[in-house]
Design a protein around this ligand. Structure first.
Ligand code: GLN
Length: 323
């Protein structure tokens, strides 16, 4: 048994820091500037206790992780039935940026692929573009307890080069699946992907979901309780791109990753995990972040269907003061 939970995190940070697999995303120049040795792990329990090691204050763009939380806001704005009529919740074997819609309903497969995420962003209310962005940023602030900036070069870079996302959007417009304010919605989508977060923010967002939608430190409700299970269900089945099935099998936690190198993972009623490490595997998930979640799940029996006795007693370790 490690001396404390912080000591445990320091150990895995050291051992996984030596793992040099994976490639930093380079589809836009700004992302390629990230250093491959940046590595942070933050864990926040549902009682607000925070444990962290490494680069937990270093900002990076949230990218696809935003999709899960914007889905929650769309559910609040439009209700479950309406959102479901526009975006399905079915996992797909296709790549996250596939140009595929359901042949019968024309719906995108789920809110975690780009088509579904753009259709979800389209549903965000607000009186104009600025108001929609403001509502989105306020939503993230409720989860993290702090305000967020946008990395403008990343936003502009995605806006200039995002021809594929634009193509997907126009296909959905053709089928009447999105409204005709599509350029405004695309801007909003590129902005949401360029929001700056830290590993600590991602842990707090996960801890908020783990805590039934209430931020465990500020006490602020971030998501209507009736939608907490919806957001986590799509994270569980589709959050890790085309690795979601294997992730559910091996790690068994609702999670979402982004090409910026972040992962947010929820252990319901227990804790939130936030990791940051830019090198990605072939599926687009952070190599070290995946390993961190696998270690935590295995050592503490966090898999949501876990029945066996865990290697370490988490409750006891969380109470043990750091030396
Ligand atoms: N902004 C990216 C895109 O739309 C998000 C990619 C990601 O994190 N998978 O392509």
């Amino acid at each position: 048994m490690p001396a404390s939970f912080s000591a445990y995190l320091r150990d895995i940070h050291t051992s996984l820091g030596g793992l040099n697999d994976g490639v930093v995303a380079n589809y836009i120049p700004e992302l390629a500037l990230a250093r491959s040795d940046w590595f942070g792990i933050s864990v926040i329990a549902t009682n607000g206790k925070t444990f962290e090691v490494g680069d937990c204050d270093r900002p990076f763009t949230i990218q696809s992780i935003s999709k899960a939380f914007v889905y929650g806001l769309a559910l609040e704005d439009r209700g479950r039935d309406y959102v479901n009529s526009k975006v399905s919740v079915e996992p797909t074997g296709e790549a996250f940026n596939a140009i595929v819609l359901d042949e019968v309903t024309n719906r995108p497969s789920n809110p975690m692929v780009n088509s579904g995420a753009i259709a979800t962003t389209d549903l965000i209310d607000g009186k104009d573009a600025a108001d929609r962005l403001k509502r989105m940023l306020e939503m993230f602030e409720r989860y993290t307890g702090r305000s967020h900036d946008i990395n403008v070069p990343v936003f502009l870079s995605e806006k200039t080069t995002g021809h594929r996302n634009r193509a997907i959007s126009h296909l959905m417009l053709n089928f009447g699946m999105v409204s005709d304010r599509i350029e405004e919605t695309l801007d909003l989508y590129f902005q949401q992907c360029a929001i700056l977060v830290t590993a600590r923010d991602l842990a707090m967002m996960a801890a908020t979901l783990a805590n039934g939608g209430v931020n465990p430190v500020t006490g602020v409700r971030a998501l209507d309780s009736q939608y907490v299970k919806d957001v986590q269900s799509v994270m569980f089945t589709t959050g890790m791109y085309d690795y979601s099935g294997e992730w559910a099998y091996r790690i068994g936690l609702p999670a979402k990753s982004g090409v910026g190198g972040g992962i947010t993972a929820v252990a319901p009623n227990c804790l939130g995990i936030g990791t940051f490490s830019p090198p990605l595997d072939a599926k687009g998930n952070s190599v070290r972040g995946t390993q961190v979640c696998e270690a935590l799940s295995r050592d503490f029996g966090l898999h949501v269907f876990s029945a066996g006795r865990p290697r370490y007693d988490l409750a006891r370790l969380l109470e043990t003061p750091d030396e």
